[in-house]
Design a protein around this ligand. Structure first.
Ligand code: ADP
Ligand code: MG
Length: 252
């Protein structure tokens, strides 16, 4: 496992802070995000938690550049990224559907993002093997995705994110296709990877337990608004409103 990040990075920053200012997102007549503020220090694991439909995925897609803001701005470190394309943002996104290419072997899936960046063959092989070792998928490199279990596919999807060495990881309910036992295990692995890689992570879930156990910084969302931001334990003990108290099951 990496203790420190390797020297030969593609970009100079290793982790970034994430800030969003007054983000508003409308789809036609519907306002989905109503002035969301984010302030996530570099290297932290932030979790966005809230019930289905509250706008979590939309917010993550704005950070990724997969959707455009209606108004407001997004900053990674000192760099404003509001109008940048996804590939200009130095991020990796892990979805609930693994989104592996079915016709490509695990190795080719892992290499894919590097090929787009014109990485040379020797570096590519070294990176793929390094990441495969970290995730314990080295023995699966020549298989096709359909020959893998759900947990193995999820590891490959994470490998594909890690192999590019992005500064920021975005996770959208990455565990929801896994059975409960595996969910707990992969959850721990995701947090461990975050710590070892020294990156910043933004993780979306509707699951309170996942949120409470993973987060350094927790954002509770409802109705397209941040209801409360803080350390999980502080929010749990001192919820700002009835929604937060009920959603997290705080003691009355
Ligand atoms: P969550 O991830 O918290 O479940 P979403 O961000 O997926 O919530 O969706 C928030 C709201 O925005 C929902 O009401 C959803 O129907 C709506 N929405 C999301 N994407 C679109 C879209 N492309 N067009 C119209 N409405 C959308
Ligand atoms: Mg969602």
């Amino acid at each position: 496992m990496w203790q420190t990040r390797p020297e030969s990075r593609d970009s100079p920053v290793c982790m970034v802070s994430v800030r969003a200012k007054q983000l508003i997102k409308r789809f036609g007549e519907t306002t989905v995000l109503r002035g969301v503020e984010l302030d996530i220090p570099d290297g932290k694991f932030a979790v966005l938690v809230g019930p289905s439909g509250c706008g979590k995925s939309t917010l993550l897609r704005l950070l990724a550049g997969l959707e455009r803001v209606s108004s407001g701005s997004i900053w990674f470190g000192e760099r404003e990224v509001t109008t940048l394309e996804p590939r200009e943002r130095d991020i990796a996104m892990v979805f609930q559907s693994y989104a592996l290419y079915p016709h490509m072997t695990v190795r080719k899936n892992l290499e894919f993002g590097l090929r787009l960046r014109k990485t040379d063959a020797a570096t590519m092989t070294a990176r793929v093997e390094e990441v495969a070792g970290m995730l314990d998928i080295a023995h699966l490199l020549d298989r096709l995705p359909r020959a893998l279990s759900g947990g193995q596919r999820q590891r490959v999807a994470m490998g594909r994110a890690i192999v590019r060495r992005p500064a920021l990881f975005l996770f959208d309910e990455p565990l929801s296709n896994l059975d409960p036992a595996l969910r707990a295990q992969v959850r721990v692995e995701i947090r461990k990877l975050h710590d070892e890689l020294g990156v910043t992570s933004v993780y979306v879930t509707h699951d309170q337990v996942e949120a409470m156990t993973l987060a350094d910084v927790l954002y509770v969302l409802e109705g397209g608004e941040v209801q409360q931001r803080g350390r999980p334990i502080d929010i749990y003990r001192e919820p700002d409103n009835v929604f937060v108290a009920q959603f997290l099951g705080s003691p009355a």
